[in-house]
Design a protein around this ligand. Structure first.
Ligand SMILES: NC(=O)CC[C@H](N)C(=O)O
Length: 193
C-alpha cells in the first residue's frame, strides 16, 4: 500500500511484529510514543502486551486522550489481545482499569484458563476464503457485545474478532502467525473513505 502510514503504539508489548507485517504489505509504519506521533496517520494498532502497564504508560504520556481524539477525527484503531482490552467499553471485575471505551464490548482478562494459556487454532474470519491460524496468548474473552458491534470471528462459541465503525479488535495475535490477512484488512479499513 503506497503512500499510507500506519502507526503502532510502541510503549510496551509486541509492536515490532506488527511493524514487520505492515511493511511486508508495503505500508509505511511509525512507532507512536507521544501524542504528536499520531499526526498524519490513517490508523493505529494497540498491540498485545500487558494491558494495565500499557494503559498506565498511555496516561503518563497523554496518549489516552490523544487516541480518543484521533479516533474522533476519523482514525482507525485496531487492538490485539491486550490492545483489545484497552479499547473495550468494560473490563469485567476491574472497573478501575483505564480503557478507552471505543468498542462496545465487555471483556474478561486472562479468561482462557491457566492450562490453555497459549494455543493456536484455525479460525474462520468473515470475508476470508481460508481459516486464519490464530495464536492466543493469555487472551481476554469477549463476554458481551453491544448492538453496533459486528462479530467477525468466533472460537468455541465466543467472539474473538469484532468491529464497530473504524475500530477493530482481535483477542488473538495476527502479527505472530506469519499470515498478513488481518493486517491487510486493517489497512483497507484505515484507508476507506
Ligand atoms: N498477550 C496479551 O496481550 C495478553 C494480555 C494480558 N493478559 C492482559 O490482560 O493485559
Amino acid at each position: 500500500m503506497k503512500g499510507v502510514t500506519v502507526g503502532v503504539l510502541a510503549l510496551q508489548g509486541a509492536f515490532r511484529e506488527h511493524r514487520r507485517a505492515f511493511e511486508r504489505l508495503g505500508a509505511a509504519v511509525r512507532e507512536v510514543r507521544l501524542p504528536e506521533h499520531l499526526t498524519g496517520l490513517c490508523g493505529l494498532v494497540i498491540p498485545g502486551g500487558e494491558s494495565t502497564t500499557m494503559a498506565k504508560l498511555m496516561r503518563t504520556y497523554g496518549l489516552d486522550e490523544a487516541i480518543v481524539d484521533f479516533h474522533a477525527r476519523g482514525g482507525a484503531i485496531w487492538g490485539t489481545c491486550a490492545g483489545a482490552i484497552v479499547v473495550a467499553r468494560e473490563i469485567e471485575g476491574r472497573p478501575e482499569q483505564l480503557r478507552l471505551g471505543l468498542l462496545d464490548v465487555k471483556v474478561a482478562r486472562n479468561a482462557y484458563g491457566r492450562q490453555v494459556a497459549s494455543f493456536e487454532a484455525e479460525v474462520p474470519i468473515a470475508g476470508m476464503a481460508r481459516p486464519f491460524p490464530a495464536v492466543f496468548i493469555r487472551a481476554p474473552r469477549i463476554t458481551g457485545v453491544g448492538e453496533g458491534v459486528e462479530v467477525l470471528a468466533e472460537y468455541a462459541g465466543d467472539p474473538v474478532m469484532a468491529a464497530q465503525g473504524r475500530v477493530l479488535a482481535s483477542v488473538f495475535h495476527p502479527e505472530l502467525s506469519g499470515d498478513d490477512r488481518v493486517h491487510a484488512r486493517f489497512l483497507e479499513l484505515a484507508t476507506s473513505p
